[in-house]
Design a protein around this ligand. Structure first.
Ligand SMILES: NC(=O)c1ccc[n+]([C@@H]2O[C@H](COP(=O)([O-])OP(=O)(O)OC[C@H]3O[C@@H](n4cnc5c(N)ncnc54)[C@H](OP(=O)(O)O)[C@@H]3O)[C@@H](O)[C@H]2O)c1
Length: 310
């Protein structure tokens, strides 16, 4: 009997969550728009790329792994019949890979309408990349920073254009220190990197004012993606809990899609969204001095040349 009550309660919670989650109701078709979605092999990035391909966009799917990337492209093309979806390899744990990606993208595409910095990860083991940066900070902030800065000229040329940065509600627990060292726990390091996403988005919006390029950050909510999966024996029970309380990847992708296609966001920049609505950020995320400090640190650590600085 108790099992029945548990199932009824979980079903009610699931229904409530489904009915209250934010949805992008905009049905804009974006045929011909060129969109990059980082980390589109699975999870939120995959759902975002799938939706944009359905709307007719020319979607560039990126991830680290050629097999996963090509599989994602094949599935998106077969689901949407949009042949203008392709894969370019991008490993954010290598700054060389970021530069290689930008070179390949620029040599094959004449414009860029939307850049969606979605890829991100939480690393339970903390170590450094080949660039000497902490892996979590590089994948979640420094490499997307470099990628975005290198793409600013083409985004400006293609304006009106948009940048969408996927952060997290956990940015509220984050801090910015100059150490970026491995003495912090992985959870704190993840929160720090997500604060960097919001600070970067806000500072970039200020620097791009009047350029026709808008930039906004977002929290997708708690979403049941591979982000939370592991192969323990508790997996099945955990799956049920995640299914009930968390959004599906399709639901989680709604705010990214909204910021990428909705007319409501044409002139909106430097804001933070949740459930397709503007939301509030932490006090630290509003700190302009901290954003400038992070910017200078990031420029130095990713080794931007004087001509690349914006
Ligand atoms: N899920 C949530 O509840 C949640 C909540 C708040 C914020 N977020 C944010 O949402 C974004 C997407 O997360 P998700 O839940 O969709 O996670 P996911 O299912 O684990 O997908 C992550 C994506 O990022 C890519 N990626 C990971 N490491 C990479 C690297 N070094 N270089 C290039 N790509 C890399 C993965 O590609 P590979 O195939 O190469 O591994 C994959 O496509 C992240 O920024 C995350 O911080 C998620």
């Amino acid at each position: 009997m108790w099992l029945l009550w548990v199932l009824i309660t979980l079903t009610i919670i699931k229904l409530y969550n489904k009915l209250t989650t934010g949805k992008c109701y905009c049905d804009n078709i974006v045929t011909g728009k060129v969109v990059i979605v980082t980390g589109a092999s699975r999870g939120l990035g995959y759902e975002t790329a799938l939706d944009l391909a359905r709307r007719g966009a020319k979607v560039i799917v990126t991830c680290r792994d050629d097999i996963r990337g090509k599989q994602a492209v094949e599935t998106i093309i077969s689901c949407t019949k949009n042949k203008f979806v392709r894969y370019i390899q991008l490993d954010l744990s290598s700054l060389k890979s970021v530069r290689k990606f930008v070179k390949e993208f620029k040599s094959t595409e004449a414009k860029l309408d939307v850049l969606i910095n979605n890829a991100g990860a939480i690393f339970t083991k903390r170590d450094k990349t080949e660039d000497g940066l902490m892996r979590d900070m590089q994948v979640n902030h420094f490499a997307p920073f470099l990628l975005t800065i290198l793409l600013i000229p083409i985004l400006k040329k293609s304006s009106p254009s948009r940048i969408v940065i996927v952060s997290s509600a956990l940015h509220k627990l984050g801090d910015v220190s100059e150490k970026w060292c491995d003495t912090e726990g992985y959870f704190q390091a993840y929160a720090n990197s997500k604060l960097c996403n919001v600070l970067f988005s806000n500072e970039l919006a200020r620097r791009l004012e009047g350029s026709g390029v808008v930039v906004n950050s977002l929290n997708p909510g708690q979403v049941n993606t591979s982000f939370y999966r592991s192969s323990t024996i508790l997996e099945k029970m955990r799956s049920l809990v995640l299914y009930t309380f968390f959004k599906s990847p399709e639901e989680g992708a709604q705010t990214s899609i909204f910021l990428a296609v909705s007319d409501e966001c044409d002139d909106v920049s430097g804001r933070y969204y949740e459930d397709c609505k503007e939301s509030s950020v932490s006090l630290k995320a509003k700190d302009k001095d901290l954003a400038v400090k992070l910017w200078s640190m990031s420029e130095k650590l990713v080794k931007l040349s004087p001509e690349e600085v914006i």
